[in-house]
Design a protein around this ligand. Sequence first.
Ligand SMILES: [Zn+2]
Length: 76
Amino acid sequence: MTCECIAKVDELLKPHNTRLQLLLILSGPNSELPYIGTEQIEKGRGKPKAKTMFPSFCPFCGTKYRADEVENSAAA
Ligand SMILES: [Zn+2]
């Protein structure tokens, strides 16, 4: 992990029976990234499915995630 913010925030949320939603990445040091929710605008047959978004920076401390590894995982 680039930073320990996800674990720290999860610890703060735990008393509230809450935790962050994460994207699991199979390779690289950023094995878990905060989830950014997306949804399909137009639904129906033939409409492209919603894409997955990956954060480039930690939303809690601003540390840059290693973009090359995030992009490689996104393509998989
Ligand atoms: Zn962080």
